[in-house]
Design a protein around this ligand. Structure first.
Ligand code: UGA
Length: 429
């Protein structure tokens, strides 16, 4: 089947490439000429494990191509996916101007029946607007449907999440759109949930909010563990084995980040408000998360007394492992707090340093974890990259001026760390 994917960010590029991988013919469109140039040259503008090989394979097998022309993509395809960015505005509401622009261009370019599918994360009722705009610019008055197909891809494992998802959600308004979308997704072996547009849109925001809530719950619980001498890992295991709760997303840490949870949470709180409901539960989820990032610095202060002029090493900068994404990364808040206290910050990340330099040009970047440890008064592990799990910890400790180690992701065994000689603390244990 013929698919046009508008927007080649994380969502669009992964989804487009995976649609090609399962046998469809895909045209990926982006108005960023530089991005399209990179893609045409056989490279990719983002870091996502496995994606580069999959792009190259599908391009060489003629199922995947790239263009800057929406009209070209629209004319050739039956499914038109909108996967453009919806970044937060100053007030936290998503900026939907790109969605609107794309919808009008789709309307103008349509010459025969199309299914316009919203894939960008958008507030409930956006589908209605897309329909209005496409209709307004649909000068040839061709038939079309609007559908909502939210994505649940996690950065770092996005390909797997696309090809083997827990579910596929299809919000549709007609039998025809339903049948065609089911055909498109036929090669994907997963439950298909058919809903109306608004429910599909809500499922996306509700899923991300619920997962954020789980993380804030476990982070709040980690504080109680610290006060009471309990171990958060044991507590998480104990509650997580209850199938109704589940162990996933119960890892206490430095707080959640990335371009999805913080932004979607804020957007969802705003939409609820607009619809007439004050979603205070989610406001608290957000507050706990912001506090958690700052608590990390307070904890370090508890071990080091004063932070002024102390050399603090940061291990891991990206918002989670296996991505170079720095958007809303907890490391940024933590480093800002450290700087406010007068600390000298040095950092290392296996892949995110180039991106980090654009946001934080004034910290010291190191070539590896050992250089970070050199003369450091304290280390905070912020991102649980595998590389850090395999460190020579004795060597690391020897390099430090004071062996204070704050394990923000609980990847090390406290007893082992203390045996090596670290003044070690984790989160909630
Ligand atoms: C998230 C969702 O998991 C996806 O289902 C969704 O499609 C995506 O947002 C999106 O809306 O596009 P992602 O942001 O890539 O995916 O990352 P996650 O793996 O969900 O992690 C988000 C943050 O939560 C990270 O900072 C991570 O470190 C943190 N986290 C996660 C914890 O602190 N504890 C946990 O137990 C799990």
């Amino acid at each position: 089947m013929k698919v046009c994917m508008i927007g080649t960010g994380y969502v669009g590029l992964v989804s487009g490439t995976c649609f090609a991988e399962i046998g469809h013919n895909v045209t990926c469109v982006d108005n960023d000429e530089k991005k399209i140039e990179i893609l045409k040259n056989g490279k990719i503008p983002i870091y996502e494990p496995g994606l580069l090989d999959m792009v190259r394979k599908n391009v060489s097998e003629n199922r995947l191509k790239f263009t800057t022309s929406i009209s070209e993509g629209v004319r050739e395809s039956l499914f038109i996916f909108i996967a453009v960015g919806t970044p937060p505005k100053e007030n936290g509401e998503p900026d939907l101007s790109s969605v609107e622009k794309v919808a009008s261009e789709i309307g103008e370019a349509m010459e025969d029946y199309k299914i316009v599918v919203e894939k960008s994360t958008v507030p409930v009722q956006t589908g209605k607007w897309i329909k209005t705009i496409v209709e307004r610019f649909n000068r040839k008055k061709v038939e079309f449907d609007v559908a909502s197909n939210p994505e649940f891809l996690r950065e770092g494992s996005a390909i797997q999440d696309f090809l083997k998802p827990d579910r596929v959600v299809l919000g549709v308004e007609s039998e025809k759109a339903k049948e065609l979308l089911l055909e498109l997704y036929k090669p994907i072996d997963a439950p298909k949930i058919i809903t109306d547009l608004a429910s599909a849109e809500l499922i996306k925001h509700a899923s991300n909010s619920f997962l954020s809530m789980k993380i804030s719950f476990i982070n709040a619980l980690s504080i109680i563990c610290e006060y009471s001498g309990a171990d958060i890992l044991k507590v998480a295991e104990g509650i997580g084995l209850d199938k109704r709760i589940g162990r996933d997303f119960l890892n206490a840490g430095v707080g959640f980040g990335g371009f999805c949870f913080p932004k979607d949470l804020k957007a969802f709180i705003g939409i609820s408000q607009k619809l007439g409901y004050d979603f205070r539960l989610l406001k608290e989820v957000e507050r706990i998360n912001e506090e958690q990032m700052k608590r990390v610095v307070k904890k370090l202060e508890d071990s080091l007394w004063n932070l002024r002029d102390k050399r603090i090493g940061i291990l891991g900068l990206s918002f989670k492992p296996n991505t170079d994404d720095m958007r809303f990364a907890p490391s940024i808040t933590i480093i800002n707090e450290l700087k406010k206290e007068g600390a000298i910050v040095k950092a290392y990340d296996p892949v995110a340093m180039e991106r980090a330099k654009e946001i934080m040009p004034d910290i010291v970047y190191c070539k590896d974890a050992y250089e970070v440890a050199e003369n450091a008064d304290g280390i905070i592990l912020v991102t649980e990259w595998d590389e850090f799990k395999n460190l020579d910890l004795k060597k690391l400790k020897e390099k430090m001026r004071q062996p204070v180690f704050l394990d923000g992701r609980n990847i090390f065994d406290p007893q082992e760390m203390k045996k090596i000689g670290f003044i070690y603390s984790g989160i909630g244990r």
